[in-house]
Design a protein. Structure first.
Length: 472
């Protein structure tokens, strides 16, 4: 399982457990909370009605008093109220009044007048100066039929002369409780959904950052390192920098080892030629023979000097991490290349044609000129007298494709896979072996520019070198 998915599952599990606890507590508290609020309202109502019912109780005609008249009119009145989506169409209060002995003298429902309620908690406690309340089911077989009663004392001259109790069915509060529970559950579901989306976003970001580092590490093993990525986190950025430092150290070690072996191998031939010529010259041969071996020494010395200079240039290029890009005009680049090699082309009787290309590429002008110059030099070396070389460029989406086409002998099949290796070179017509660093230099320039270089043989003969670079 990927680390991002593990973090997502752990994060979502924690949020889900926390949400479950919070929601369960909220849901469990909804019903008691609503009932406590209702009980507080019943206390206020009972206290108010107790004051209004005192005169009815003292008159001895409570069933025909003002309180009874008010409830009679209340039952006949039409009630329409929309309370947060709950339709209220009737009064749900049940009010009864007892005397000092607990006998009912008034009942808003007209059912309990004359009955002894002195043993009910609301009446019993209130007559003794305590807070009286009870919750009693109307139907013993139905636990949802309970009615909550709250009583208030009727006091005359400091003496409790009766009790007024106000009741309200708990089922009347059920819609409020259901709506509150439903809203809490919806809010909980929304919370979990938002938490899941946030978790998915975090997991995606972590997986993306780690995948970026993985691709970077894989690219190092395939000898085509990508630019150092920015994972977007300080910790991952430190890890990326550590990988980059490790890559540089490993590449530096392999780089030095490879270059020492390659340089030793390449210097063997000119050193052996110089040593052989020196041994012959020590025997004081005829002047014409001595002159020929002296020329050979100079040629081999020039070859070694050229090899060392190109090797240093290659080393500097490969140690560069990035470049400072700028807009480079393709036409101007072609013109400089053609002017610099005009004398060589004339001496070799080779025609160089540059096709107009009013395009711009993004990169380092000097490096691009050296890279294209190496491709052009290779084309000149392998093109016979009377041949033609064509420089061309075209636009392809967000890239500019530059091609160098010659009419030479082409690349042997066995050499196509190794053509970009350092120090690998093919024999020229003049018999002089090249350094084998020209195409390796071009490959490095393409890498720094995030481009691509390919060489392939043409069906009509010759080679086409294709360099793809980002468009400015």
């Amino acid at each position: 399982m990927r680390i991002g998915m593990r973090l997502l599952l752990g994060y979502f599990l924690i949020v889900a457990i926390a949400a479950w606890f919070v929601l369960s507590i909220f849901v469990q508290e909804v019903k008691p909370g609503v009932r406590r609020a209702t009980e507080g309202t019943l206390v206020d109502t009972a206290t108010l009605l107790a004051e209004l019912g005192r005169e009815d109780l003292l008159s001895g005609q409570a069933q025909q008093g003002r309180l009874a008249q008010a409830f009679t009119e209340l039952h006949q009145r039409t009630l329409r109220a929309d309370i947060g989506g709950i339709q209220k169409v009737r009064n749900e209060y049940h009010v009864y009044m007892t005397d000092a002995q607990g006998r009912v003298v008034f009942d808003s429902a007209g059912r309990a007048v004359g009955q002894d309620y002195s043993r009910w908690n609301d009446v019993y406690l209130t007559l003794r100066g305590q807070y009286g309340a009870r919750s009693t089911p109307v139907d013993a077989r139905n636990p949802d039929s309970t009615v909550m009663y709250v009583a208030a004392p009727i006091i005359d001259r400091g003496t409790i002369i009766g009790v007024l109790s106000v009741g309200k069915p708990n089922v009347a509060m059920a819609p409020v409780i259901r709506i509150s529970e439903r809203r809490i559950m919806w809010a909980g579901a929304a919370l979990l959904g938002i938490a899941l989306l946030i978790g998915l976003a975090v997991a995606w970001w972590i997986n993306r950052s780690i995948s970026t580092l993985s691709r970077y590490a894989d690219s190092v093993t395939h000898d085509a390192p990508l630019p150092l990525p920015d994972p977007g986190s300080s910790e991952l950025r430190k890890l990326a920098q550590a990988l980059e430092n490790m890559r540089i150290r490993l590449e530096g070690k392999n780089y030095i080892e490879h270059y020492v072996h390659a340089l030793t191998h390449e210097l063997k031939s000119p050193l052996a030629a110089i040593r052989g010529a020196a041994e012959i010259l020590s025997e004081q041969p005829p002047p014409e023979v001595a002159r020929r071996f002296i020329d050979n020494i100079l040629v081999q010395n020039a070859r070694m000097q050229s090899l060392v200079e190109k090797l240093l240039a290659q080393a500097r290029l490969e140690n560069r991490v990035d470049i400072t890009p700028a807009a480079v005009g393709v036409d101007a680049l072609f013109t400089r290349l053609m002017d610099a090699r005009a004398v060589m082309l004339a001496s070799r009787q080779i025609a160089l044609r540059g096709e107009p290309a009013p395009l711009q590429i993004r990169g380092d002008s000097d490096l691009l000129e050296q890279a294209l110059g190496n491709l052009l030099d290779n084309a000149i070396d392998f093109t016979p007298p009377g041949g033609t070389i064509v420089l061309a460029a075209r636009e392809d989406k967000h890239q500019v494709v530059i091609t160098v086409t010659d009419s030479g002998s082409g690349i042997p099949e066995y050499a196509l896979a190794r053509i970009f290796e350092r120090f690998y070179s093919l024999p020229r017509e003049n018999g002089i072996k090249s350094s084998g660093l020209g195409l390796a230099f071009v490959l490095e320039v393409a890498r720094l520019h995030q481009g691509e270089i390919t060489l392939h043989n043409r069906e009509e003969g010759g080679v086409m070198a294709t360099l793809k670079l980002p468009r400015a």
